[in-house]
Design a binder for this molecule. Structure first.
Ligand SMILES: [Fe+2]
Length: 184
């Protein structure tokens, strides 16, 4: 849910460095929101492959947040969150679908895969933009940290794309229910 009360005071952007820090703050906020959302998916899903994918990415996301904190530190800044309305919106969309489909766990799982896939693509776009900007400034240490995050997002997006047809197949054949021990 978007909470306007947590929106920090907006700093003016007058140069590329300030724009970079603003966007860094937005992905830093997005990663925190996505971490929480993934923890909920992990708690609620009974699908072993989805759970294990999410579990791996929860650990990666925690490391990514640390990488972002290191980038702030290289820039001589305290880490700070700039409310990402895009991230809040994606989480909210995913939660709505999960609520509407609450009676059918397989649809909830499918919705979670779709929502997470949108999340990964948002993150990929953010990291690619930040990496280009850091490359242009010759900030190789920052490029390296952001590249680690980007690679994990790209790998996760790929894994989700592979999992989607499998979940659809399981749903059509009824296989997923017996495999995961669901009785609905
Ligand atoms: Fe991610």
């Amino acid at each position: 849910m978007v909470q306007l009360s947590e929106r920090p005071s907006t700093r003016k952007i007058t140069n590329l460095q300030e724009k970079f820090i603003y966007e860094l703050g937005a992905i830093y906020d997005a990663e925190h929101r996505f971490l929480e959302a993934q923890q909920l998916v992990w708690q609620k899903s009974q699908h072993q492959q989805l759970k294990s994918l999410v579990e791996t990415h929860i650990r990666e996301t925690e490391a990514q947040i640390k990488n972002l904190e290191q980038v702030f530190s290289i820039l001589g800044q305290q880490p700070y969150r700039v409310t990402s309305d895009a991230a809040a919106g994606l989480v909210s969309d995913g939660q709505k679908l999960a609520l509407l489909a609450a009676d059918n766990p397989q649809i909830v799982d499918l919705g979670a895969v779709g929502a997470q896939s949108k999340v990964e693509h948002l993150e990929i776009a953010c990291y690619r933009g930040l990496i280009k900007a850091a490359e242009q400034q010759g900030q190789n240490d920052i490029v390296q940290l952001l590249q680690q995050n980007l690679q994990q997002e790209e790998q996760t997006a790929q894994k989700l794309e592979q999992l989607l047809p499998q979940l659809l197949q399981e749903m059509t054949s009824g296989e997923g229910r017996t495999k995961t021990g669901r009785s609905r």
